[in-house]
Design a protein around this ligand. Structure first.
Ligand SMILES: Cc1cc2nc3c(=O)[nH]c(=O)nc-3n(C[C@H](O)[C@H](O)[C@H](O)COP(=O)(O)OP(=O)(O)OC[C@H]3O[C@@H](n4cnc5c(N)ncnc54)[C@H](O)[C@@H]3O)c2cc1C
Length: 396
């Protein structure tokens, strides 16, 4: 069983993490990535709980720590930049909305690639177009490369996974969370310090600026909406939409809107979760966001990808039959994923009130976060269930 060959779709976070663990268990992996090179975009992600423990077991924790953005915490500010409440990174035992291990997604992606490229065959600029499970092997057709057969195929190609859809068709459900978020990198200004600044404006609109370790600032614009499909907007339409929605917001909004034109990486999305009734079919499995995107609101996407990669590789090594391995992977991980996907009542509305009175109330509650009883109550909303999974031991 240690000679199984595995094809992974997606060189994001989950794919390379799985390649690492498969290698540790003696299984060679090939990773096919649709983008022409490593897709090292994205804003800040965090590694928490079990995910952080997996990074430690991979020998990556020190490198992640060294590449951390060093965010000091979040200040909730008004349109004049005045701090109305603040949550330092060590609030909630360091497990609140900002943790001490915040890293740019792209940096983490590079770390994983560098750690696996010597033993993993990476194929960039290609993708799977057809999968035929022949019972003893999976016959794979690619857009460019010649067809090949593998023992197993794992779809780790993100929330919009095309590979998943080839096999699981329309059994996958998308749960829209009623929020549109835009991400972009903007020039840093002298008053951008190590603190994230979160400005709640009326109608549930938020403008957040976060420090990075690249000499720039990361901006997030978010607003509630029942519509979805924003990720399919042309860039010009996305910019028009943001200019219209944030026109009267004030604070840092005009600066972010001005930077839209030259932003190298504007990305607009409808915030959503991926729900699948099962994570494998025959010799094909799903991993990471492709299987169970929990959305950026969960604060758990990257940690789940690390944990899932560790468990999937471990179960494949432990079981002679892939069906047993996939079943064990799913039964171990699914309750953890369910907890991550179960957003607290009122989220996301509660974090972005519609009215001035609502914003004032939220700030008052946040200011009281140091009080033990308020802290316990707030913890239900602000501390993800990252520590609620015990990593199995797989002997490597
Ligand atoms: C460019 C980008 C930016 C992101 N920014 C953020 C962020 O700012 N904040 C946040 O919380 N989360 C972000 N995410 C999501 C975050 O990375 C995941 O929630 C989490 O880390 C789990 O990662 P994943 O590997 O499952 O999926 P992803 O990180 O989405 O990686 C999926 C990979 O699969 C590739 N791919 C897509 N389709 C195919 C295909 N058909 N064949 C082969 N490869 C394919 C993609 O190019 C990508 O490299 C971002 C993802 C991407 C791709």
């Amino acid at each position: 069983m240690s000679h199984r060959t595995v094809l992974i779709a997606g060189a994001g976070i989950a794919g390379p993490a799985l390649a690492h663990w498969l290698h540790r268990h003696g299984m060679p992996a090939t990773v096919v990535e649709r983008a022409p090179g490593l897709r090292a975009g994205g804003q800040t992600v965090d590694l928490r709980g079990a995910g952080r423990a997996v990074a430690r077991r991979m020998g990556l924790e020190a490198a992640v720590r060294a590449a951390s953005t060093g965010e000091a915490g979040i200040r909730f500010v008004d349109a004049r930049g005045r701090t109305r409440a603040a949550l330092p990174a060590d609030a909630f035992g360091g497990q609140g909305p900002v943790t001490e291990l915040e890293i740019l997604r792209g940096e983490l992606c590079r770390l994983l690639y560098e750690a696996t490229r010597e033993h993993t065959a990476y194929v960039f600029g290609d993708e799977i177009t057809h999968l035929h499970d022949e019972g003893d092997r999976v016959h794979v057709t690619f857009r460019h490369a010649a067809a090949r057969a593998f023992d197993l195929v794992i779809a780790a190609d993100g929330a919009g996974s095309h590979t998943r859809d080839l096999v699981f068709g329309d059994t996958t459900r998308t749960r829209h969370l009623g929020l549109c978020t835009a991400y972009l990198t903007i020039p840093r200004e002298p008053h951008d310090d190590r603190w994230a600044r979160w400005h709640n404006a009326t109608k549930g609109r938020t403008v957040t600026l976060r420090p990075d370790n690249q000499g720039t600032t990361r901006a997030y614009l978010s607003f509630p909406t029942p519509a979805h499909g924003y990720e399919r907007l042309e860039p010009a339409a996305g910019k028009r939409l943001l200019r219209r929605v944030f026109a009267d917001v004030g604070g840092e909004a005009p600066r972010v809107l001005a930077a839209l034109e030259s932003a190298p990486d504007l990305y607009v999305e409808s915030v959503a979760q991926v729900l699948m009734p099962r994570w494998s079919q025959g010799r094909v499995g799903v991993l990471g966001d492709a299987a169970h995107c929990a959305s950026p609101l969960s604060g758990m996407g990257t940690s789940l990808a690390f944990t899932g990669a560790y468990v999937l590789a471990g179960e494949l090594a432990r079981h002679a039959h892939h069906t047993d391995a996939f079943a064990a992977y799913e039964s171990a991980l699914r309750p953890y994923v369910a907890r991550a996907q179960k957003l607290p009542p009122g989220v996301p509305r509660i974090a972005s009130p519609r009215t001035r009175a609502g914003i004032r109330t939220l700030n008052t509650v946040l200011r009281a976060a140091g009080h033990p009883r308020v802290s316990r109550a707030l913890g239900r909303f602000l501390v993800p269930p990252a520590d609620t999974f015990r990593l199995p031991a797989y002997g490597v």
